[in-house]
Design a protein around this ligand. Structure first.
Ligand SMILES: [Zn+2]
Ligand SMILES: [Zn+2]
Length: 276
């Protein structure tokens, strides 16, 4: 199967595209965001990496059809989990938060939470492909990101917000001028995952307090999440404040503990294979 068949995209307008892997039928299927700038283009999250994302972007002329236009493309992973980082190796310029550089450089299946089954891939990318052989290919990031870094696309800027909790090096990218937040797995319109081996509830609560602050200070209108549909400021406030309210309760603590134990065992046992 060619790259052209593997992905599908939708234009959101203003040089922003939403790309998805058509044949990855799972709640782990991550959103891939392509954002065009006047001087630099950015891909936010890269999917599993089973087919060439750069080929798809070029074939579909998502960066325009002007052969003179040769902006660098920076691929950024909002965090190192396999559903976001699997395609990073296909790009020359790669950015990730400093806390997750080692996970990517080592191709560590435990930290990348690599968990994929044959039934989630409804059409094999090539004959004989099997999920058990899937790995996130090791990649050495060229851009090691920190809180407060600004990624300059020319006519728009993305500020790096370090938002640990789901994972140590989870980031959101904030386009303050357009009040847009690329939120990765820090927040999406679904169950929040705070029970992975590198998750931490106290950090997650702080990150959610920050999200609530962004809404209260009217810095976000639209959220482009790592999974599921886009949503607005009101929903962001609801999800983040709901998590803060629940996080310290006994049932939540017990469930986090139980899930973390199971996830740790499963990941160690396979040490080959993820979860969001
Ligand atoms: Zn994810
Ligand atoms: Zn994740």
């Amino acid at each position: 199967m060619s790259a052209t068949d593997w992905y599908a995209h939708k234009s959101i307008g203003e040089g922003l595209y939403w790309i998805q892997e058509k044949f990855f039928d799972s709640s782990n299927r991550a959103n891939i965001w392509l954002l065009r700038g006047s001087h630099q283009d950015v891909v936010i999250d890269t999917g599993l990496g089973l087919r060439s994302l750069p080929d798809y972007i070029n074939t579909k002329c998502l960066l325009g059809d002007d052969p003179q236009r040769k902006n660098p493309i920076l691929a950024i992973a909002t965090h190192a989990h396999f559903d976001h980082s699997g395609g990073l190796h296909q790009f020359e310029l790669v950015g990730v938060h400093s806390a997750e550089v080692d996970a990517l450089a080592n191709g560590d299946n435990y930290e990348t939470v690599t968990w994929l089954s044959d039934r989630e891939i409804v059409q094999a990318p090539w004959p004989g492909w099997r999920a058990r052989g899937y790995r996130v290919k090791a990649v050495q990031p060229t851009h090691i990101l920190q809180e407060g870094d600004v990624i300059n696309l020319g006519d728009r800027q993305l500020k790096v917000l370090h938002m640990p909790g789901h994972s140590r090096g989870s980031i959101c990218l904030h386009d303050g001028d357009n009040k847009m937040l690329f939120s990765g797995d820090v927040v999406y319109d679904g169950a929040i995952i705070d029970w992975l081996p590198t998750s931490r509830v106290s950090d997650y609560v702080s990150s959610c307090e920050r999200l609530v602050g962004l809404v209260d200070s009217e810095q976000v209108d639209q959220v482009m999440p790592g999974h599921y549909q886009t949503f607005g400021a009101k929903r962001l406030h609801h999800i983040a404040s709901g998590y803060i309210d629940r996080a310290g309760t006994c049932p939540a603590r017990f469930s986090t503990f139980a899930w973390r134990t199971l996830a740790g065992l499963a990941l160690r046992a396979s040490n080959t294979h993820g979860i969001c």
